[in-house]
Every structure is written in structure tokens, then in C-alpha cells.
Ligand binder design. Structure first.
Ligand code: ADP
Ligand code: MG
Ligand code: MG
Length: 886
């Protein structure tokens, strides 16, 4: 079985097997770009190792064979004392996980080969010892779990002894001393000496990369990014090239376009006389890539040339890592680069203009999640708060919150419902929890490609990096800026677009994209590149999607906004709120009614109020369907809470007041108390038990529609009966409703549909029968999930979902994204059997899932007619429906 591929054997389509890094290294190799030779150990080998706890048979031999070939190609042997071949051992899964997995550079160095390395580098002792100390440090930390700070301390100590803060001031002797110090640290923590045998170093490093798949922060990142937990990582073994050979060497990262805005140009960071890790870690301040032109014009020109080639080849923004070894350029990595949401739209538009992709492809290059981000508010432009610092706008958005300095504190405060901004000198992978919990991230060091910037962009979190006017003091929990001190808990605002930092809370305003959807920003009349791109892509998406998108709206105002956002009707109009506020008293009268007459009076008083609500909504949705759900929640929800009422009655009695009314209410609340209200008297059950309740609602809806029709408004009501589990329930309601509709409509020419929600599993399983009595189904996937799993939606998330997520029982809450296998199967069965019984049955979904990108794709696949979601999610659903269709 083949577990190892030479770089020349792979290609970019083999990401499953070779990981993203390996597949792209192979692609670049085959494009003839200057990639140091090497080979990739497959994800399959990793999976076999993780499953059994040992390397699969044959792997060791295959590695030996490929290593021999590599040695042959390089004319050096791994760790040869006279002229050592050194390699990097690099993780690389199918999906890029920045900083998540571990890489070890300079493998093959030991006490003897360090001398040979120096000799080969024209006697450059400093370089050799620097490389060696890096190996012990990286190997110790990542392979043997030696705490990284111990090495940092030793390094700081060496610099202090030298009276400097700059690594470059350490000479060969200092670094030799540092190697000794590092070895002591290594022995102290591992109980053994640093391994001198090169092949053992290599094998241990490979194994550590495999193991790092299960590292806590890798697990967390995968969960956050919804990356499957069982893919495993590949391992790339790559001949070392050296950026730390002197001032004619260096290392850098670059993007072929600006990953923040999408603008064309040269974007990157360069660091002379350094090895790769230094750039990303933000340890020393880098220079903008443009300066390389001055430093080394030949390499610069070659780099630009390669970048242009890569873009034409990948037809997308690429990011790259490169190293220059004594004036010779080497490519160490490329991939289709991460970008902000805004850049994704702008770049997709540009690539269409450049004729590289078509509009269908452009729709695929952006996501609903990105569009959702662009709809976040941004800071108002006309506030007069002066920024106190300016860093790099590393990941856009506007965020404010209380300052915290540690990941743990961020998690803690966010858990209490506070908005927090995580402030660090620079972030590292251990800060991931805090970054997830925070509204935004502010660092005083590092560029656009620092850890904080890359991870924040990936998460869609606002980030300002490299705000170097800020002096961060983590132990003291404060930072100083412009002569002022900001302590933990103080509020700051950060603008991830401009990089500006403000003290206090800056007011926010709707984004341009929202203004565009609202219709207050004309895409033809603006020069905003983002609005242009969004307009163009959304227009095409609307032409290409099959699923209609409706909205969940209970008021005329919500309906109007959703319509501007592109909603093609209302998929769920809840009538509950129509029973709240001033109307509570009428509901109380209804519930307390002792005679038919009293009840009818209460209903008669509610009727005109409900009718007026519906008129409002029908007007706003003129010509579009409006699905109205008859009252769903248990009635006691409309009454005061039991305890409070009991206290009130007792107090009033004490005072000798007349409490007959309150006592009746209290008795009613007691009578209606349910142990499991969500499984109790609600939905259709309520309609069957309380005479006249549904009838009143049906009448209000129909009368409103007729009133609208008379005024020239095309009302298209669809009456939806909730919580049906058996066709008999629906038939009973339907018989009564049809009579009322026929009577009210008369010759007004209004059509009223009657259908049901499918939200009880039994309804899904008897959908063929139910369809006989229903003109439409709307899947209530919240309840369907609740009852399908037996999860109380209001309780489980806080109680134990964290554990389920931790154990990987599911990767995401089934309330957030539809559970395709279980709840989704119920939907599929109901859709198929419903349609079989009634071919023109209309099918939609009105749970929260209607606005979830993953779920939209599922509903498209199942063949529903529409999804319905909250107004702000409507554009997201439109886009995802097109992405599902193309
Ligand atoms: P990550 O996925 O965290 O970027 P990489 O495997 O790309 O990890 O490696 C970390 C750093 O080491 C990068 O800057 C990379 O360019 C550099 N690097 C990796 N392999 C080599 C090599 N063979 N020679 C020189 N630098 C290397
Ligand atoms: Mg890399
Ligand atoms: Mg429900």
C-alpha cells in the first residue's frame, strides 16, 4: 500500500490524501516552480496510526526509500556530520488550520552535524547554532511537550546577559550557550537527552504531527469551522532552505490581492535573516513586501512573476510562504487564501471582470455566512471620538466591549453575557478559546499575517493587529496608550477596517450592504466596490435558484423590511403576540369565561384586533402568500405566573380587598398548570378544546383578506394548523374553517389555503394521510428536532450540549443546523409521501433552520418549494439557495 508520495507525484486534486499543503506543494513542483524537494506521508497513514496507535506496516520502509531518493537528489545525507541534509516535518490537513498543527524545522541537526552545517555555510557558526537551538526548541515543544516558556525564558536570559532585546545580537557563542541551556530544559522535562540520531528525530516528529490531530486546540478549531473530526493530517517532509543565513536571506508571506478588501496589489510581510516561524509569530517587526524590491530586486521580480502565475493557475487569490536563501527564491507553500467576507465578494466580481471565472462560479466563491457578516453594523462615520491608536485593520467589523487580557477571562466574562475585547501583545494558538468568546481582538504586535489576523479573519471576528502605540501589560491587566491607562473592564471600540482604536463605546450604524438591501443605497449610483459586487452576485443568484425564500414576520413593519430584503412571502406569521400587551385582559376573560356567552364576548372583542393586524400584514405583502399559524403556545403562557399571582391574592386578602376576580384567575392558572407544557395543551389541541378560538382566528384572517381585496390589495392567506399529529385533528379543524371561509369570502374572489405544520414525528410518518386534508406542509423543524431527539430546546444547550459537542456526538447543535440523518429523514419521508398523495402539495420550512446555510442546501436537495427565515437571514438564504442549485 502506498503511504508516501514524492512532491512530483501529487497534484492539487489530491487534498484528501496529501492534505492541502502537500497537494499544493506537489502542484507547484509540477508547475516547475522552485520548491525544495520532499515527500508527503498520506492522511491515510495518519488515520491508520490514530486507529491502532502504531505506524502501519510498510510505512517505515517507504519513508526510508523516499528519504534515500531525497538524499540522492540533494547530494547530502540526513544529518551527515560533514554536510548534513536537514528537513522540515510539516503537518497539513485537507483544510488549512492556521497554527493548529505542529511543524518542526531543521530536523537532522545534532552535536556533530552542527559543525558540518557551519562549514557548508562558509564557516557561518552563528547560523548553524541558531538553527540547532531552533530545532531543540521546536522539537522540545511540539514533539515532547516541553513548556514553550522555558525556552523563551532561556532565550530572554541569553539576551539579557548580552544586554540586548534583539535575537540578531546574539553571536555564535551565545547561541552555543543557548543550545546547552535548551538541552538542560529538554532533559529536565523529558528525562532523556535530546535525540542525536537523525532518523529518530524524523520518526518522532512524524508521529507528533499525527498525534497533533487530536490536540485540544485543533479539536476546537475543527468544531468551530465544522471540519470533520476523522480526516487526519498528512505529513510533509521537505528539504530545508535557509532564510537565516545573513542579510541576503530572509523569509516572507504574501497575498496576490489584499485579503482584507480584495484590492489588487502586492500584500505581504518580509523579514530578513530569519526562519519562517518568525514572520507568522510576529516576534520581530516585519517590513512590507514592497521593500524587498530594494533589498533584492531579482528575487522580488521572480516572486511577482510566480504570484501572477499562481493566480492564473488557481483562478483565485493565493497566499504563499517563501524563503530567500542567499539571493535564491524558494516557494514553501501556497493555497487559495483566506479572505474577509468583503474581499470574497469583491474578488469574485473582479475575477468575472478579468474573464477568469463566470457568474455561476462567482456565486460559489462566496457564502451565506460571509454575506451575514457584511450585514453587521459598522461604526458611524460622524462621531467625534478621537482614536487613541491606529493598528492594522486585520479583520473588518466594528466591535466594542470590556477589555480583557487573557483567554480565560474572556471566556468567563462572555459566559456572563458581557461583550469583551481580547487585548494581547500577540496571540498564539492557546488564545483560541478567548478569541471565540470575544467580540474582537486587539494586538500591539504583528501584521496582516500574524496569528491573530489570520485566525480572526477565518472566524469573521473583528481584529486590529500591530497597534504598537499600545503598551500591553498582561500580568498587571492593563495597557497604556497616549498617556492613558486602560484597565480590565474598561470599554474600548476597535475598527477592524481602518485599524483605529477608541476608548469608550463608538455608536454603530447599518453597513453599506444592509443599506443596499434596504434600498437606500443605489448600486448604480455608488462607487462602493463591495456593493457593486454584492448586487451583481445576488442578482445572478436570484436568477439561478429554485427555492423560494420567505420570511418569518409577525408585524407589518417586519414584513415590509423582509420584502425589501427579497422575501417572496411570509412563511410563518405567529399570532401569539397578538394576544399580548393590552390584549392580555381579553385573553384572561376568554380563559375565565364561565358561560358560552362570556367566552363568545371575549372572542368577539379579540376578532377586530386580530383582523386589523392581518390587514396590515396583507397590505405589506400585497400579491405574496402569507402563512398564518393559528395560536400555538399553551394558554397559561398568557396568564401571570402562578407564584406571583398567589402572593398578590394573599396580600389583597390580608388588606380585606375584594379578590373574587384574582381568585378565579389563580384557580384557572392552577387548573392549567402542566408538568410538560411543550407536550401539553397547545397547538391544534387547544383549538379542539376551546370552542370558537380557531374559528375566531380563521374569521379574522379571512375577513382581513376580503377587506384587502375590496381595497385592491391581493391578499393570499394560507392558514396553518400547528402541532398536528393525526389527520383526524386536521380534518376536524378544517371542516369548521372551510365553512367560515365560504361564508366570509362569498363572491370576493379570495382564495384561502389550509395546511399544516409538520413538527410532530407522527405527522411526518403519516404524511400521506395528512396530505389528504392539507394543501400545504410547512416543516416546523424546531419542534421536529425537539421531539425527534427528545431534546427540550430551552434546556439542553446549557445543560449538556457542550459535552455532546466535546464527545463529537454531533459536530453542531441540531437546533442550529438540520440533522440530516434523523430529523432530515423525517422531512424527506414526509415530503415524498405527502407529494405522492397530493402532487401539488406546497412544501416549505419555517424553523430556524430556514436561514442556516447547510440546512438550506438540504432543503433544496429534498425538493421543498421554499424556506422561511428571519428578515435579516433572507439575503443569506437567497444566496445559499442559488449555491445549492448551481
Ligand atoms: P504552518 O502551517 O503553521 O504555516 P508550515 O509547515 O508552513 O506551518 O511551516 C512553518 C514555517 O516554516 C513557515 O513559515 C514555512 O515557510 C517554514 N518552513 C517550512 N518548511 C521549510 C523548509 N523546508 N525550509 C525553510 N522553511 C520552511
Ligand atoms: Mg505555512
Ligand atoms: Mg412548533
Amino acid at each position: 500500500h502506498k503511504y508516501v508520495y514524492d512532491f512530483a507525484e501529487g497534484n492539487r486534486d489530491l487534498k484528501d490524501l496529501l492534505g492541502g499543503k502537500g497537494a499544493n506543494l506537489a502542484e507547484m513542483t509540477n508547475l516547475g516552480l522552485p520548491v525544495p524537494p520532499g515527500f508527503t506521508i498520506t492522511t491515510e497513514a495518519c488515520r491508520a496510526y490514530l486507529a491502532t496507535g502504531r505506524e502501519p506496516d510498510g510505512l517505515a520502509d517507504q519513508i526510508a526509500a523516499h528519504l534515500a531518493a531525497l538524499e540522492q537528489a540533494m547530494g547530502k545525507r540526513l544529518g551527515d556530520p560533514a554536510d548534513p541534509l536537514l528537513v522540515s516535518v510539516r503537518s497539513g490537513a485537507k483544510f488549512s488550520m492556521p497554527g493548529m498543527m505542529e511543524t518542526v524545522l531543521n530536523v537532522g541537526l545534532n552535536d556533530r552535524s552542527v559543525a558540518g552545517l557551519a562549514q557548508q555555510a562558509d564557516g557561518n557558526q552563528r547560523f548553524a547554532w541558531d538553527s540547532y537551538r531552533r530545532l531543540i526548541q521546536m522539537f522540545g515543544k511540539t514533539v515532547c511537550e516541553v513548556p514553550g516558556e522555558e525556552f523563551e525564558h532561556a532565550l530572554d536570559e541569553a539576551k539579557r546577559a548580552k544586554g540586548t532585546t534583539n535575537d540578531l545580537d546574539l553571536d555564535a557563542d551565545d547561541l552555543r550557550g543557548l543550545v546547552d541551556a535548551y538541552k538542560k530544559v529538554f532533559r529536565k522535562h523529558t528525562g532523556r537527552d535530546f535525540p542525536q540520531e537523525p532518523r529518530e528525530q524524523l520518526d518522532l516528529a512524524v508521529r507528533a504531527v499525527f498525534d497533533s490531530w487530536h490536540a485540544e486546540r485543533a479539536v476546537l478549531y475543527r468544531r468551530q469551522e465544522r471540519i470533520p473530526a476523522d480526516l487526519g493530517t498528512a505529513v510533509n517532509v521537505c528539504a530545508m532552505v535557509f532564510g537565516n543565513l545573513g542579510s541576503d536571506s530572509g523569509t516572507g508571506v504574501a497575498f496576490t490581492r489584499d485579503p482584507a478588501s480584495g484590492a489588487q496589489g502586492i500584500y505581504g510581510d518580509y523579514l530578513a535573516n530569519a526562519q519562517g516561524e518568525d514572520v507568522v509569530a510576529g516576534i520581530r517587526n516585519t517590513v512590507p513586501l514592497q521593500e524587498l524590491e530594494r533589498i533584492d530586486k531579482r528575487s522580488y521580480d521572480e516572486l511577482l512573476d510566480i504570484m501572477a502565475r499562481l493566480e492564473r493557475h488557481y483562478l483565485d487569490l493565493c497566499d504563499i510562504e517563501f524563503t530567500i536563501e542567499r539571493g535564491k527564491l524558494w516557494m514553501l507553500q501556497t493555497r487559495v487564501g483566506k479572505r474577509t467576507a468583503a474581499a470574497a465578494f469583491v474578488i469574485a466580481g473582479q475575477l468575472v471582470d478579468e474573464g477568469l471565472i463566470d457568474l455561476d462560479e462567482a456565486v460559489h466563491r462566496v457564502t451565506g455566512a460571509q454575506l451575514a457578516q457584511l450585514m453587521f453594523p459598522r461604526f458611524q462615520l460622524d462621531h467625534d471620538i478621537q482614536p487613541v491608536a491606529k493598528g492594522i485593520g486585520a479583520s473588518p467589523g466594528a466591535a466594542f466591549g470590556k477589555v480583557v487580557f487573557t483567554s480565560a477571562r474572556a471566556v468567563e466574562l462572555a459566559g456572563e453575557g458581557e461583550k469583551v475585547i481580547l487585548v494581547r501583545r500577540e496571540t498564539n494558538p492557546d488564545d483560541l478559546h478567548g478569541m471565540i468568546a470575544a467580540q474582537g481582538i486587539l494586538t500591539s504586535r504583528g501584521g496582516k499575517t500574524s496569528h491573530a489576523a489570520v485566525v480572526a479573519r477565518g472566524m469573521g471576528k473583528t481584529c486590529v493587529s500591530g497597534a504598537d502605540e499600545i503598551e500591553v501589560n498582561v500580568p498587571a491587566k492593563r495597557f497604556t496608550v497616549a498617556g492613558r491607562t486602560v484597565v480590565e473592564g474598561d470599554v474600548v471600540s476597535i475598527d477592524g477596517t481602518t485599524g483605529k482604536v477608541y476608548l469608550g463605546e463608538v455608536p454603530v450604524t447599518p453597513s453599506e450592504v444592509v443599506q443596499y438591501f434596504e434600498g437606500t443605497l443605489d448600486p448604480e449610483a455608488t462607487d462602493d466596490a463591495l456593493v457593486h459586487a454584492v448586487h451583481r452576485i445576488m442578482t445572478h443568484a436570484d436568477q439561478r435558484r429554485r427555492l423560494a425564500v420567505r420570511t418569518n414576520a409577525d408585524t407589518g413593519a417586519d414584513a415590509a423590511r423582509a420584502r425589501r430584503f427579497g422575501a417572496q412571502g411570509i412563511g410563518l406569521c405567529r399570532t401569539e403576540h397578538m394576544f399580548l400587551g393590552d390584549r392580555r385582559e381579553l385573553v384572561e376573560r376568554l380563559i375565565l369565561a364561565r358561560t358560552d356567552q362570556e367566552r363568545e364576548n371575549a372572542l368577539a372583542a379579540l376578532l377586530p384586533l386580530q383582523r386589523a393586524d392581518f390587514v396590515d400584514i396583507f397590505r405589506e405583502m400585497d400579491g405574496l402568500p402569507v402563512t398564518v399559524r393559528l395560536i400555538d403556545p399553551p394558554l397559561h403562557e398568557f396568564l401571570p405566573p402562578l407564584e406571583q399571582l398567589a402572593v398578590n391574592v394573599a396580600v389583597a386578602q390580608e388588606r380585606g380587598e375584594d379578590v373574587a376576580q384574582e381568585e378565579a384567575l389563580l384557580a384557572a392558572v392552577r387548573r392549567m398548570h402542566e408538568e410538560n407544557p411543550m407536550l401539553g395543551l397547545r397547538g391544534v389541541r387547544l383549538g379542539l378544546v376551546i370552542p370558537g378560538l380557531f374559528a375566531m382566528q380563521v374569521r379574522a384572517i379571512t375577513e382581513a383578506a376580503v377587506e384587502c381585496a375590496r381595497a385592491g390589495v391581493a391578499a393570499r392567506p394560507e392558514i396553518m394548523v400547528p402541532l398536528v399529529g393525526a389527520v383526524q385533528e386536521l380534518e376536524t379543524v378544517r371542516a369548521e374553517a372551510e365553512k367560515i371561509i365560504a361564508e366570509v369570502v362569498g363572491d370576493a374572489g379570495v382564495e384561502v389555503l389550509i395546511g399544516t405544520m409538520i413538527e410532530v414525528p407522527r405527522a411526518a410518518l403519516t404524511a400521506g394521510q395528512i396530505a389528504e386534508a392539507a394543501q400545504f406542509f410547512s416543516f416546523g423543524t424546531n419542534d421536529l428536532t425537539q421531539m425527534g431527539w427528545g431534546f427540550s430546546r430551552d434546556d439542553v444547550e446549557g445543560a449538556f450540549f457542550w459535552r455532546y459537542l466535546e464527545l463529537g456526538i454531533f459536530g453542531i447543535s441540531p437546533f442550529e443546523s438540520i440533522d440530516r440523518d434523523g430529523v432530515g429523514r423525517l422531512v424527506r419521508i414526509a415530503a415524498e409521501e405527502g407529494r405522492a398523495a397530493r402532487p401539488d402539495l406546497k412544501l416549505g420550512v419555517c424553523g430556524e433552520h430556514g436561514g442556516d446555510p447547510e440546512s438550506v442546501h438540504f432543503f433544496h436537495d429534498v425538493g421543498l418549494d421554499y424556506v422561511s427565515c428571519s428578515p435579516f437571514r433572507v439575503p443569506v438564504a437567497r444566496l445559499e439557495a442559488a449555491r445549492a442549485a448551481i
